[in-house]
Ligand binder design. Structure first.
Ligand SMILES: *[C@@H]1O[C@H](CO)[C@@H](O)[C@H](O)[C@H]1NC(C)=O
Ligand SMILES: *[C@@H]1O[C@H](CO)[C@@H](O)[C@H](O)[C@H]1NC(C)=O
Ligand SMILES: *[C@@H]1O[C@H](CO)[C@@H](O)[C@H](O)[C@H]1NC(C)=O
Ligand SMILES: *[C@@H]1O[C@H](CO)[C@@H](O)[C@H](O)[C@H]1NC(C)=O
Ligand SMILES: *[C@@H]1O[C@H](CO)[C@@H](O)[C@H](O)[C@H]1NC(C)=O
Ligand SMILES: *[C@@H]1O[C@H](CO)[C@@H](O)[C@H](O)[C@H]1NC(C)=O
Ligand SMILES: *[C@@H]1O[C@H](CO)[C@@H](O)[C@H](O)[C@H]1NC(C)=O
Ligand SMILES: *[C@@H]1O[C@H](CO)[C@@H](O)[C@H](O)[C@H]1NC(C)=O
Ligand SMILES: *[C@@H]1O[C@H](CO)[C@@H](O)[C@H](O)[C@H]1NC(C)=O
Ligand SMILES: *[C@@H]1O[C@H](CO)[C@@H](O)[C@H](O)[C@H]1NC(C)=O
Length: 661
């Protein structure tokens, strides 16, 4: 489809041209919160949100509890089932949305220092689902600007925030190497990318992301976002107060004209829109469709998108909005209606997307904007919630959904790179919802034929939802939830699955997503875990534990126990290829790393708007200052155990030895 990519790579190794004309942009690293002297004995880093230890009290057992046993009868043939979703094709259902300002922490400092744990985490999903989609963007994309060089060869840097309304979201500067970084990742594991065209200036469009993204990434770039939450533009003061769906329609039109006139953008039909934030003060998708948006632009689009969070933690983070007490809202996540209500406004649109044959993607979401909630966002409860929410979206014909990833100062990350100056002794930290992404990837597998249906199980109890999955036209899996937290065992569930015409197999195999309570953070999937805080290298540890359950063929029933709380994935087909997938076989050992260190001071308000706190802008919030934070670069590791790093631009060779694991 596009220009060959590899031919261009050698360019990067050339000395930068016209050095005298280059402005070197200072790197303002991502935050740690503590400015006190570092003492390894004092766990200062636990105050960072991503490492917060809060354990909430599980919500009480509902009274009355739903029935503790129920029966499901699913036809063997998909053709006998009404209301199955569209087939889920190509990529893991859950992908990720990575705020531009944390690219260097999460993906790697630059194209030759890619984060190995990140590669392993992606490879686990690729192994199960074929590929993973990742969006690089967020609020920070709107004012992002390409620069010739960034100090110390980093791919991104945050420019100092200026005062004034339109600069509330800091500009991120990025270098050409950002594209090589993404493309290098795609060459190692099957990740496909979305990027965002800066939308702050709809007169003088800055289209370098489109130009270089297409040239360097080729087929690895799937789409380019045209505007991020345009329905919040007027509220955020970046457009006139009268800015309407019609104005957005017009701006997308001028963007398309500008792209058409640009010979450096060969693919003119990969836009992503409208990415509405919706909710209370946003627009409904129908308001965009009513402008004729789809009839006018459909051929220019890769996908239709929305963005939505169920709640926000902006009061605690920034003093705006109203206080939300995590303990009080914990129970709102632990029910099937949570995900269902969230996506109800989009059901007409997912049907519409089918009529125009476009993917429909939840482009940015998580448990709560403004960083999530301590005790909720990283709990087993959140893992159940995100899994159910994801399956509910899949049932409702969303094609994918992207979990938003911020820095160390948010509670909701699916994975977090270590605080930077702990690089030599700490590793990554997994978030509960990464397990949801992993399990969802296994639910759909990689046959490109998986269709799912919410079966309104147990009289549609909000505490015990269940989904049936059909692959290659036949009944292949059941996904069974129990949201109730009841250590007494009295709320444990037994689900009896039958298949008409004496259809149950002699036995089925089951993988459990387990934890002792909805409140805890240590989770296992089929007996394996990524490890605790700072213990994660992106590989599952422990022995794979797949439970075999004998069915009663005479009674045509397979009785599946599901603890309270619990989740079971039941494999109905005896030779399911997905079954034996534990740790992905191709992984990237953390053999070698460098200790990049760096500290600098940055206004936390800068971070606030740039680390996945998009609700801050939703609430039309000015910059606030909470004192200073300090930070430093993330751990940098080389790929595949390579022992030598060619430091191209400096012409020097650093020889690194590392631990073999
Ligand atoms: C770049 O690296 C040098 C040498 O390690 C260090 O002294 C300097 O502070 C770094 N600059 C930035 C902006 O990180
Ligand atoms: C970590 O950062 C702190 C504060 O920036 C600094 O005082 C300390 O020396 C650093 N520790 C290491 C091991 O680099
Ligand atoms: C967790 O985060 C909350 C809210 O920011 C804070 O009050 C609490 O002290 C933190 N707890 C730990 C153990 O860091
Ligand atoms: C599934 O779809 C993806 C993307 O369209 C394709 O690359 C892959 O080969 C397909 N897999 C199968 C088994 O057809
Ligand atoms: C858009 O952002 C760029 C880069 O940050 C900035 O130079 C420019 O002034 C902004 N334009 C408007 C209209 O805000
Ligand atoms: C990564 O990108 C650089 C260009 O910056 C290229 O020279 C290098 O070969 C790539 N490495 C891998 C592992 O693809
Ligand atoms: C969805 O479509 C139905 C029927 O046209 C309409 O009544 C309903 O209001 C629509 N929902 C939304 C959220 O617009
Ligand atoms: C999903 O799409 C299929 C196929 O068009 C349709 O039958 C089904 O009702 C849709 N599901 C929802 C929840 O809209
Ligand atoms: C889970 O973590 C808690 C501490 O948070 C610990 O008490 C418990 O033993 C751990 N459980 C497992 C199975 O590792
Ligand atoms: C990546 O950064 C390291 C220093 O941290 C540098 O030696 C190397 O040349 C950089 N790579 C690129 C492609 O800029």
């Amino acid at each position: 489809m596009l220009l060959p990519t590899l031919r261009l790579l050698p360019l990067l190794l050339l000395p930068l041209p016209a050095l005298s004309a280059i402005t070197v942009h200072g790197q303002i690293p991502i935050a740690q919160t503590s400015t006190t002297p570092f003492d390894p004995a004092v766990p200062a880093v636990t105050t960072l949100a991503a490492y917060n230890d809060t354990i909430l009290v599980p919500p009480p057992v509902p009274d009355p509890i739903p029935a503790t046993s129920y029966t499901i009868s699913m036809p063997r043939e998909a053709s006998a089932v009404q209301g199955l979703s569209i087939p889920h094709v190509g990529a893991a259902f859950w992908g990720f949305s990575i705020e531009m300002s944390v690219i260097n922490q999460v993906l790697g400092k630059n194209s030759s220092l890619i984060q190995v744990p990140f590669l392993n985490l992606m490879q686990n999903l690729v192994k199960r689902a074929g590929s993973v989609v990742i969006r690089l963007g967020g609020n920070t994309q709107e004012r992002a600007a390409l620069v010739d060089e960034i100090e110390n060869y980093s791919v991104i840097a945050k420019e100092q925030i200026e005062s004034g309304r339109t600069t509330r979201t800091p500009a991120v500067v990025y270098s050409m190497d950002m594209f090589y970084l993404a493309n290098n990742i795609s060459q190692l594991t099957n990740v496909k990318w979305f990027m965002g065209i800066p939308f702050n200036d709809s007169v003088s469009w800055r289209l370098q992301i489109a130009e270089h993204g297409q040239t360097i990434l080729g087929d690895n770039l799937l789409g380019l976002q045209a505007g991020n939450e345009p329905d919040f533009y007027s509220g955020n003061g970046v457009r006139e107060s009268t800015y309407s769906p019609w104005d957005y329609f017009g701006e997308v039109g001028t963007l398309i004209e500008t792209i058409d006139a640009n010979v450096n953008i060969p693919n003119k039909n990969m836009l992503i829109a409208p990415s509405l934030g919706g909710g209370g003060r946003g627009w409904f998708p129908e308001q965009i469709w009513d402008t004729g948006f789809l009839t006018t632009y459909v051929d220019r689009l890769y996908a239709l998108t929305v963005e939505h969070y169920p709640n926000n933690n902006c009061f605690v983070q920034f003093g705006v909005g109203s206080l939300v007490v995590p303990q009080e809202v914990f129970s709102t996540y632990l029910r099937h209606s949570s995900g269902k209500n969230l996506i109800a406004p989009y059901l007409n649109s997912t049907m519409l997307a089918q009529t125009v044959n476009k993917p429909f993607i939840m482009f940015e979401t998580n448990s709560a904007s403004c960083g999530g909630f301590q005790g909720i966002s990283d709990s087993y409860g959140a893992a159940l919630w995100a899994l159910d929410y994801g399956l509910q979206m899949a049932h409702s014909n969303f094609t994918n959904a992207l979990m938003h990833v911020g820095g160390q100062n948010v509670f909701y990350n699916p994975f977090t790179a270590p605080p930077t100056n702990q690089t030599s002794f700490n590793e990554w930290t997994i978030g509960a919802i990464y397990y949801s992404a992993l399990v969802a990837a296994e639910v759909f597998g990689k046959t490109n034929t998986s269709r799912i249906i919410d079966i309104a199980a147990n009289e549609d109890s909000i505490f015990t939802p269940a989904y049936a999955i059909y692959e290659e036209g036949t009944f292949s899996k059941m996904a069974l939830f129990n949201y109730i937290d009841d250590p007494s065992g009295a709320s444990d569930l037994t689900v009896s699955i039958s298949v008409p015409n004496a259809g149950v197999p002699g036995s089925v195999r089951v993988k459990y997503l387990e934890a002792s309570s909805v409140s805890v953070k240590n989770i296992s999937w089929a007996g394996q875990t990524f490890g605790g805080k700072y213990e994660v290298d992106g590989r599952l540890k422990g022995d794979l534990n797949i439970v075999t359950i004998q069915c009663d063929q005479a009674a045509n029933a397979c009785q599946i126990p599901v603890r309270a709380p619990g989740f079971a994935l039941v494999f109905m087909r005896e030779n399911d290829a997905a079954l034996e997938v534990g740790q992905a076989t191709q992984t990237f050992p953390t053999t070698v790393y460098t200790k990049g260190r760096n500290t600098a001071t940055v206004d936390p308000a800068v971070l606030a708007t740039s680390n996945g706190h998009s609700e801050k802008d939703r609430l039309n919030l000015g910059s606030t200052s909470h004192g200073s934070m300090s930070g430093a670069f993330g751990r940098e590791m080389l790929l595949r155990g390579a022992m030598v790093l060619l430091v191209g631009m400096m012409g020097s060779i650093i020889f690194l030895t590392g631990m073999l694991r």
